[in-house]
Write a protein that binds this ligand. Sequence first.
Ligand SMILES: [Zn+2]
Length: 208
Amino acid sequence: MRRIPNTEYISKITGEGTGIWCTQFTVEEILKTSIEELYAMAEEENGRIIPPEKSAKAQRNFVEFVCDMYEIKHTVSNGIDYLLNKIEEATGSIKLFSKSTLGNEFIKPPRKCVVELIERNIQRGHSSHEENNVVAFELINGGWSDRDISFVFKSIYNEPAGDWGWYSDDLNTAGRHIGTIRAKAINRYSVDKLIQLGICKGDKCSCT
Ligand SMILES: [Zn+2]
């Protein structure tokens, strides 16, 4: 259960404060301090607030951990938002923002055949310009972050970003194509177009 920091614990039996305060500790304190000392610190209201440390890697590990718990399949090509959606489907417990970055359009989760295209291209370490467009439009329409999209393209090419514009060496920044596509709010490829490109198998695909 979460508590508001720097509030006193209330005894369920007496309904009165226990003298122990909900106290924030740094990771270092938790690692280096005994439980008795931590308790002693919690017996005084110290009012301190420790800003959270944001780690994309820790987030990724935690989300994958939860996926494993619920037997949700995941690969490196699955973005965090996609996996959170899957977790929500499996548990019904997480409420996510449901608007995409394309104004009022609702997020469209990436289609199976496009996800498979991503996985194939990661395997073979290559992707054509048109396939890159398919992937970029799909993920942008799926509400994926710059970071997650960059990660996918970096996973495909597995080399310095160079001048290609699909990702950048700073994974928090998207390649310039991604910014352009976002700005133009381009819709993802139609199923017909995906079939024409040989990416979608039509009737055999769950996206139709
Ligand atoms: Zn399909």
